[in-house]
Design a protein around this ligand. Structure first.
Ligand SMILES: [Zn+2]
Length: 104
């Protein structure tokens, strides 16, 4: 509930659709993105005729990229070794790039 109140406070619009993963009511952000306030991620709505398998694959790749990003961020947080910091930063950049391409 708190998450939904937060979304409304930010000016998002509550939709009549529910998240296919967790069942939470979906919100449309000001930039038009459909967002699940519970999982805090963008939800791709599959319109009639669109390839639902493709959308599922994209959603799963999105989740994988996000979880790897989080893992690397935690390691970067504690790392003091310059070589490791550089490697982690480069990998994070690649993952962010992949995420952006995924969204484009
Ligand atoms: Zn959800």
């Amino acid at each position: 509930m708190k998450e939904m109140a937060e979304m409304l406070r930010k000016g998002a619009k509550m939709l009549s659709m529910h998240c296919p993963e967790c069942g939470t009511p979906l919100f449309q952000l000001k930039n038009g993105e459909i967002f699940c306030p519970h999982e805090k991620r963008e939800v791709k709505i599959v319109k009639d005729g669109e390839d639902s398998e493709k959308a599922k694959r994209e959603a799963s790749l999105d989740r994988t990229l996000q979880s790897k990003l989080q893992l690397l961020q935690e390691r970067l947080d504690v790392s003091t070794d310059p070589t490791e910091i550089r490697e982690l930063t480069q990998t994070i950049t690649v993952l962010l790039d992949a995420l952006n391409r995924q969204k484009a």
